[in-house]
Design a protein. Structure first.
Length: 233
């Protein structure tokens, strides 16, 4: 039996003690190979619930090596089988928040957020890891350049009281990326929130009659983000 097969067998048997014994016996070189194989092949092949349980067992063994295993959520997100509400995901969240360094939760969320495919998944991620403060959510969203993150950022900014100052700071942060999508996002934010005192390259002009289309749906928002003209229905 190969090491990968033995690890899978221990995970499927819910035997974390055996999993840890297998990992402890590996040489440094073997461990590095196994770490990559687990992250890229084994974790994405599990069920949603078993993935969260396995990731918890791996993080308990060596947090620094296996935290990045959270990025396997991309597979479940694309298949629409991702579930943050299951007990296994909640147990992982509780362990990381109570037994790991204070920045561990932020690191997990930052790695997982770009892998989300829908607004509901992004909300589920925040809820699972108790990222409840709107400003903290915005800080996470600003780190990601995915269209979905931009959309959730836009919607989050709408719920911040007296939001013009934080919208202005968000625009300045995004502009530093110096790419077309970033400039389009800044144009969206400037136009929607009425930020007139910010110098930036306007790569996208939004007409007054198009304003309702910005928030109509993720699809029409993406059209603006990509510099297209949404169809008015």
């Amino acid at each position: 039996m190969t090491t990968s097969e033995a690890i899978r067998e221990a995970i499927e048997a819910h035997d974390h003690e055996q999993l840890h014994r297998i990992l402890e016996r590996l040489t440094n070189m073997e461990f590095k190979r196994t770490e990559q194989s687990v992250r890229e092949s084994l974790l994405p092949s599990l069920s949603n619930e078993l993935f969260w349980e396995a990731l918890l067992g791996l993080i308990k063994f060596r947090r620094q090596a296996f935290m990045s295993g959270i990025m396997a959520v991309e597979t479940f997100a694309k298949k629409r089988t991702l579930n943050f509400a299951c007990e296994e995901a909640q147990r992982l969240s509780d362990y990381v928040r109570t037994s790991c360094p204070p920045d561990a939760t932020d690191k997990l969320v930052s790695m997982a957020l770009p892998k989300m495919q829908t607004e509901a998944q992004a909300d589920g991620l925040f809820q699972c890891f108790h990222v409840d403060n709107p400003r903290t959510r915005i800080a996470h969203l600003l780190k990601s350049e995915s269209p979905l993150a931009y959309y959730v950022l836009f919607k989050s900014l709408k719920h911040i009281p007296d939001q013009k100052d934080i919208v202005r700071k968000s625009c300045i942060y995004i502009m530093k990326r110096n790419n077309d999508m970033a400039f389009n996002m800044v144009s969206i934010l400037r136009t929607y929130f009425g930020i007139d005192d910010l110098k930036s390259r306007l790569s996208l002009r939004i007409e007054p009659y198009e304003m309702p289309l910005i928030e109509r749906s993720y699809e029409t928002f993406q059209d603006f983000l990509y510099g297209k003209r949404p169809k008015v229905k």
